[in-house]
Design a protein around this ligand. Sequence first.
Ligand code: ZN
Length: 674
Amino acid sequence: MTVITMMACSGQVKEETEVPFVYTVDQFADLQILRYQVPGFESLSLKQKQLLYHLSEAALMGRDILSDQNCRYNLAVRRTLEAVYSNYTGDRKDEQFKALEVYLKRVWFSNGIHHHYGEEKFIPGFRPDFFAQALRATDILKLPLREGQSLEQFMEELFPVIFDPGVLSKRTVQTGEGDLILASANNYYAGGITQKEVEAFYAKQKDPNDRTPISYGLNSRLVKDKDGSIREIVWKAGGLYTEAIEPVVAELQKAALFAENEAQKAVIEKLIEYYRTGDLKTFDDYAILWVKDTTSEVDFINGFTETYGDPLGMKASWEATVNFIDKDATRRTRIISDNAQWFEDHSPVDERFRKKEVKGVSAKVITVAMLGGDCYPATPIGINLPNADWIRRDHGSKSVTIGNITEAYDKASQGNGFNEEFVWSETERESIRQYGFITDNLHTDLHECLGHGSGIILPGTDPDALKSYSSTLEETRADLFGLYYLADPKLPELGIIPDSEAYKAEYYKYIMNGLLTQLVRIEPGKDVEEAHMRNRQLIARWVYEKGQADKVIELKKKEGKTFVVVNDYPRLRELFGILLAEVQRIKSEGDYEAGKLLVEQYGVKTDAAIHAEIRERYAALKLSPYRGFVNPLMKEVKNEQGETTDIVLDYTEGYTAQMLRYSKNYSFLPTYND
Ligand code: ZN
């Protein structure tokens, strides 16, 4: 489970390096592109660098998989746009061409035609007749036509995909009364299969008494054939996406040669075996080896991992990160994980739902060296895996906070005017300045390292019982666990928070974000859709409502502008605890109706007037509500004998250059993977 927190804040100023590093690379539409640094890379051993290099290559090789998973036309659209963009001989300053450039940048960013966060299809700012003319002027051999297709037929097929808002309008439809599978434009299901048919297909396979179930459906597309029969097409070497999976495997094989130890080598080899067989039992074996490898300095994620993109939460998108441990910063998370049992025992949830024995929560702060698939360009700042509940129960989980990414966000946000506009008074701003960065990181640590790993599901409860609400409720649970403990006297006692006042900075920011400022990301008139955003609004609105009689939180007006005022922080903490107990009960008992009610009542709807006001104030700041990253360019340095003598990082590549390079060097899938 990943958490993405991108609230703008101005945090502590850290010591500056000699040459100021430029964090901002590009800005367009609602997006800002940043660059992250990889401190500590130079002092790694050559062998570790070579391991990172091959894992990084493997992280980039699977890029096309995600695009095709997101929608079956994504590769066709991207390749068509790239062909036009790279070969255009007209005026590149022309408004129509500039609109095409923005659209292409957005398609790159989203790995497809739908917004990466809001999931709705975005429509280009250029005209169809301009695009038709540009296509006719492009060498037809450079365009991804289907076999035997004429250019006119190609345009007839592709134009509605690009220009018609009613076609493939939403990538993933998470809620609603209709059929979520049929309504979603993603490519996890095909052939007109219905939600009922999908649910029946997997219900038949599940054994409610199985204490160690595989992750059903995780690595396949489910298809209904013309004759009505239903089958899984597995993503594996020799199966669907083999053209990309084979190069991933080849790089993993090279990486295994540079493994730091036998345990790590076994992890890589088990992953290779899983890619070759597609066997989900092997995937579990791999996940267990991975979670147990806590001594290696270099680590990675590579594969079909998170299930947010599937309305039923089964099919996983392809993602990759490559990283190494930040030893200094890890001291903080080690203290948290060493005390995991204490936190579990003192949690405000019903005793029946607590873990009697917390197993192996390992937590660390990492430095990423490469992002790929569903972690690029938009990336999480914390990750907790594996996702299978029984593996977490029996073997524990690995939890990371990505230090160099949070650092880049923080640096890029300093002095951007956000807090001056939205924070109630200088008291709160000063608290955020002083404690914002550390408490934000600490909340992520607690969320990932303890929150997701806490609690149990009662025996006999279906782990998928919460269906389309499970992602939101799981994030709610983890966030509440973190919020509740952020104010606990245990933290200053452990020496991981400066004092007993610091938590207020995060409490304030959290409520301000959940009630007000995250609305800048939502189009007027639209509901909140994304799981993390729903969870944050759910929590903020619930505590606001429950504390209204005592004025725990107020929405106050100043010069016509709405602000959050928190009057009673200790009471706010109690409310977090009460909600945590209820959300844990919902998960432990699989209480679908209560979970649904909570999400629908608090997490989904927006207040139109406040929404409009917040968007207007935000627009005046000229900031981007979403941010993502370019990777460093990782290069092998070779001597005259052709031996690798070093691996170096280059931080000069721009966004467009990087995307075009990736499309040239790391694009392996056919355009159409039907
Ligand atoms: Zn999470």
